[in-house]
Design a protein around this ligand. Sequence first.
Ligand SMILES: Nc1ncnc2c1ncn2[C@@H]1O[C@H](COP(=O)(O)OP(=O)(O)O)[C@@H](O)[C@H]1O
Ligand SMILES: [Mg+2]
Length: 339
Amino acid sequence: MVAQATEPLLRVWGLCKHFPIHSNGFFKKQIGVVKAADDICFDLQPGETLGLVGESGSGKTTTGRAILRAIEPTRGEALFTLDGKTVDLATLPADELRPLRTRMQMIFQDPFSSLNPRMTVGDIVGEPLVIHRLAKGQELKDRVAAMLKKVGLKPEHQPRYPHAFSGGQRQRIGIARALIMHPAFVVADEAVSALDVSVQAQVINLLQDLQGEMGLAYLFIAHDLSVVKHICDRIAVMYAGKIVELAPTAQLFAEPKHPYTRALLASVPNPDPDVRMNYSLQGEVADPGNLPPGCAFHPRCAECFAPCKEKVPPLETLADGRTVACHLHGGTQRPVTPR
Ligand SMILES: Nc1ncnc2c1ncn2[C@@H]1O[C@H](COP(=O)(O)OP(=O)(O)O)[C@@H](O)[C@H]1O
Ligand SMILES: [Mg+2]
């Protein structure tokens, strides 16, 4: 299929990842389903950064992994347009997906556990080129050295092992590995959350510099809104597997519409992404395996009224262009049109 020139780099449409829950015992009957990511819709332009925020367990990692086909989506589309050609990542056969893997990458949260401790920095950064048979010998060495320089490390760091580096330096190694094949799309999953605040700023600046230089688009996953504020063009807020609001960053901060977005903005995040932050939020985050009826956020919402307990609010586009899924705000139908 030939794409239009205006085609986004990525168009995610109705993407779902539902994990079945099985009973114990011999027959392992399916007794329920965890709707970890449910009907996710958004566009991402080339070179754009879209933030994906929400409390721990809201489905951010699942969404990122389902788009990259690190896990099989249950249904939906992830249309990826590159060099004028559009493919659906969600259904592409494995042999056609393999060459595309060089163009989409993931940067992980934990620079301590995501790097193989028994491999040298040179081997870690160069491995993707070796796996995809894109370089060997002196060319491989040169490309690794150039990439290390790009992320602020030294070529002479190549023979060392990850344990010899600080957290910020290890994250630079992870970034070098993710970017060495010049991807067009990078999912950065809590990529700076484990770092000290001062180091966070350095790594964010580095990600932005590399974006300008290499024309990357980021899906920038974070539980901390203050981090995404400085790097994202637009922000999608997730709750219990669904996007509940999506708006340009300045608009979201100036005038958050969804009560959940407002509560997130008012909360003080914990630096650990696995610790729930609910200082200003009443109650526990909804269990995507046992969702309340109506709006999943209604039991915690200060502005809940009758329809919220009965009907799931659709994600709608408001007059100002943002999208929000909340009965307090009316609008037209869905945010993006399907193919
Ligand atoms: N392999 C799995 N099997 C069953 N449930 C899962 C699996 N992976 C994630 N989940 C559940 O899906 C929900 C979303 O998880 P996740 O995407 O990791 O959220 P986040 O990244 O926002 O913290 C959670 O309730 C989590 O327990
Ligand atoms: Mg996560």
